[in-house]
Ligand binder design. Structure first.
Ligand SMILES: CCCCCCCCCCC/C=C/C(=O)SCCNC(=O)CCNC(=O)[C@H](O)C(C)(C)COP(=O)(O)OP(=O)(O)OC[C@H]1O[C@@H](n2cnc3c(N)ncnc32)[C@H](O)[C@@H]1OP(=O)(O)O
Length: 241
């Protein structure tokens, strides 16, 4: 699955809906595996589209958040094998997508990956945190989350946030295929049940608290102070360009 929403693959409602549909098709056509990557030469995904949260229409922003939850359920909780070929920056929601896969290969270069929410004055939702503690040790995750740490490629490899470094996108995809090939001699049902058991606690936590998570998000986007921060953040991103 190749993300292709220039310039930075920010996750807006339309892209999330497309992803959700594609994940359904992959599950339905009984694909063995999926590799998630990006059509951009330098950004895997810039995370959530800030414009969806800025001065939002309430109905749309509710659909936006529930679709994001759905994409996470379908990706993190998939039966099929998932790997991410991270060929560029992966902040926040971009990191969430990569961590929701089972294996991550990142191309070398001046790219960074991590959950930077606290730097924006935002508390990452529990399921973002659960996805991180499913990937790297709890102590490292707490440190990274509280300090909004963006890891460079070497740091990400060292902490286990990524599994391998690749020279370029083709190499990243080849390495993801190498990971998928490891399952050729492992019974598929045993593999998928084991994966889902490992992920069950995080999945159940969001299933049980899904409405509450949505309400927290809706309160968050309607808070005037948050709106002011988002406005300043958007300006800073635009000034940079
Ligand atoms: C108690 C519990 C409470 C719970 C409440 C819920 C809380 C809500 C939680 C929300 C969780 C949030 C998750 C997120 O994903 S937020 C998004 C975070 N993403 C970022 O901060 C990344 C920002 N972008 C960048 O750092 C760079 O763009 C990047 C490194 C990705 C690429 O750099 P590059 O130089 O290649 O590109 P530009 O910066 O020049 O950007 C090009 C244009 O794209 C626009 N842009 C960039 N990122 C975004 C984005 N995330 N959304 C929308 N638009 C984005 C940027 O402004 C440029 O636009 P222009 O061309 O118009 O200037």
């Amino acid at each position: 699955m190749t993300l292709q929403r220039p310039p930075v693959n920010s996750l807006n409602l339309d892209l999330l809906k497309e992803m959700s549909k594609s994940l359904d098709e992959i599950a339905k056509n009984k694909s063995k595996a999926m590799i998630l990557t990006s059509a951009s030469p330098k950004v895997f995904s810039a995370g959530l589209d800030i414009m969806e949260m800025y001065k939002p229409d309430l109905k749309r922003v509710e659909e936006f958040w529930t679709t994001l939850q759905e994409v996470w359920f379908k990706l993190f909780g998939s039966n099929f094998i998932t790997a991410a070929a991270i060929n560029g920056h992966a902040p926040a929601g971009g990191c969430l997508l990569a961590m929701s896969c089972e294996y991550r290969v990142m191309t070398g270069g001046n790219f960074s990956i991590g959950l930077n929410e606290t730097a924006l004055g935002i508390v990452a939702p529990n399921w973002f945190m659960d996805t991180m503690t499913n990937t790297i040790p709890v102590r490292e995750a707490e440190y990274a989350l509280t300090t909004a740490r963006m890891f460079n490629v070497e740091e990400a490899l060292k902490v286990g946030l990524i599994d391998e470094v690749a020279t370029d996108k083709d190499d990243a995809i080849a390495k993801c295929k190498g990971f998928i090939g490891k399952f050729d001699r492992i019974p598929a049902l045993a593999r998928s049940i084991t994966k889902l058991k490992m992920r069950q606690a995080a999945i159940k936590r969001l299933q049980d608290g899904r409405r509450e998570d949505l309400n927290e998000f809706l309160q968050f986007v309607q808070n005037p102070k948050i709106q002011k921060s988002l406005e300043m953040y958007i300006q800073s991103l635009k000034k940079k360009a």
